[in-house]
Design a binder for this molecule. Structure first.
Ligand SMILES: Cc1cc2nc3c(=O)[nH]c(=O)nc-3n(C[C@H](O)[C@H](O)[C@H](O)COP(=O)(O)OP(=O)(O)OC[C@H]3O[C@@H](n4cnc5c(N)ncnc54)[C@H](O)[C@@H]3O)c2cc1C
Length: 422
């Protein structure tokens, strides 16, 4: 994985090393590299870590719809379990289903599989290469012409016509170039537990006692393995909350193990990371630069899923960049179609966020009362059913309507696969 193999003549025609550099080899970077190389560009992927996908920082679920939309025909070895959907469990134990098929992945193997396909099409992958410096170069007409990149790794310096920043929550390009926009994050951690039975659903517990402004998950894998974790704004208390949840529930006493990607003999400890929760960055395109996935701030606000969004945006960025090169230079004006495209496709972030805020403004008792007014199946409510729910709430708990529960219900709707929820 360590030699430069420009795939096509394009880069060789000018004095750049490669058409496109992709920063980061997560799902966003993998998708960008795969699609750009399919479109005939020469592509180099720079990944700071020594291997792709580890340490895993993900609950590892992805909807079937995402794989269909991205035309990903998943091989067996990247699937830890095929699942039927999500069960949302409210503070009093009321449980509702969002039935839609999906997968729990072996995420590191999934990311490697995508990158292998990009490599088969000529992309060159450099592991242990961290980008730390980006400088613009201009042509004789003072237009942006290419980037000069520097960093840690043998392949630097590198000159390229464009960069897709898929560096995740680190936001490499935004930091290096001091782009506007502050990023707020939420912390997520999980253990791998054994002997956890499942019925094919992911369990999401909205129980603020254990996860303030977040939720706890049990994400099952075959062989009675499971990722049990949480996201919460209380980063310092996260592990304490998670331990307490496990102790207080049927998970008490289940063996905690290290995931298979960790070296043997290492003390068992949780794994995770941070997720951007401040929404898309103000600008996701600059001259010769497109931001995708977490680096662009693309996560689904209620349950914080980001893999589907990263895969989709990686492809859209690659396509836009290829079109811009075809037309001449990849200036900001030529790349701006990418920003228009995702804005027209992704669900309205701020509406979902409003619903999430309204949800966490409810007391435990109010959340449960709202849940008891909902049908068993949340996935496919007809307009008539939605009206029925409104009436039920009006009759049983009219005060809830002043607490924006309709907005809460909307945000559940927007967390489905068709709205990039997972
Ligand atoms: C605990 C937790 C659970 C989650 N669960 C789910 C889930 O179940 N489903 C879901 O859809 N989403 C989930 N997410 C979110 C999901 O993991 C991310 O949205 C997704 O991985 C984003 O993909 P990405 O390619 O944008 O970035 P990443 O996957 O973060 O990849 C970025 C890559 O860039 C590399 N990099 C960073 N800086 C540089 C640099 N300067 N130079 C070179 N390389 C660099 C990093 O090493 C990394 O490999 C979860 C997140 C967390 C933290």
């Amino acid at each position: 994985m360590d030699s430069i193999r420009p795939s096509r003549a394009m880069a060789e025609e000018s004095d750049v090393d490669v058409d496109l550099v992709v920063i980061g080899a997560g799902p966003g970077g993998g998708s960008a590299a795969l699609h750009a190389s399919r479109l005939g560009l020469s592509v180099m992927v720079l990944e700071a870590d020594p291997e792709i996908g580890t340490p895993v920082h993900c609950g590892e679920c992805l909807s079937h719809l995402a794989t269909e939309q991205l035309e990903l025909d998943l091989p067996e070895h990247v699937i830890a379990l095929a699942v039927d959907g999500v069960r949302v469990i409210f503070p009093d134990g009321t449980a509702k289903l969002l039935t839609e098929p999906g997968y729990v992945l072996e995420k590191h193997l999934f990311e490697r599989w995508i990158m292998e396909q990009a490599e088969e099409r000529g992309a060159a992958v450099h592991l242990g290469h961290r980008v730390t410096k980006m400088e613009r170069e201009f042509n004789s007409e003072n237009q942006f012409s290419n980037w000069s990149l520097d960093g840690r790794g043998d392949a630097f310096p590198i000159r390229c016509r464009g960069v897709i920043d898929a560096s995740g929550v680190h936001g490499a390009a935004s930091k290096i170039l001091d782009m506007p926009g502050d990023v707020e994050v939420i912390a997520g951690f999980q253990y791998e537990l054994n002997d956890v039975e499942n019925d094919g659903f992911l369990d999401f517990y909205i129980q603020p006692e254990y996860a303030p402004h977040g939720y706890v998950w049990m994400i099952p894998k075959a062989g009675e393995r499971a990722n049990v974790g949480l996201v919460t704004t209380d980063k310092k208390g996260a592990i304490k909350y998670l331990d307490q949840f496990i102790e207080d529930t049927y998970l008490n006493g289940k063996p905690h193990v290290n995931p298979p990607w960790r070296k043997e003999g290492i003390k068992v400890r949780p794994f995770g990371g941070t997720i951007p929760i401040s929404g898309p960055r103000p600008s996701t395109v600059e001259d010769g630069l497109l931001l995708v996935g977490d680096a662009a701030g693309f996560t689904s606000p209620l349950f914080e899923g980001g893999t589907h969004l990263a895969l989709w945006s990686g492809r859209a960025a690659a396509e836009t960049f290829a079109e811009a090169l075809e037309a001449g230079l990849a200036t900001k004006a030529q790349l701006s179609g990418y920003q228009r495209r995702w804005k027209a496709t992704f669900p309205p972030y701020h509406k979902i966020l409003r619903g999430k805020t309204a949800l966490y403004d409810l007391s435990d008792e109010e959340m449960s009362a709202m849940a008891r007014c909902l049908p068993e199946e949340l996935g496919s409510m007809s307009p008539l059913q939605k009206l029925g729910i409104g009436l039920k709430i009006l009759v049983r708990r009219p005060a809830l309507l002043t607490k924006r529960v309709i907005s809460v219900l909307l945000s559940f709707g927007y967390s489905r696969a068709k709205h990039f929820g997972w």
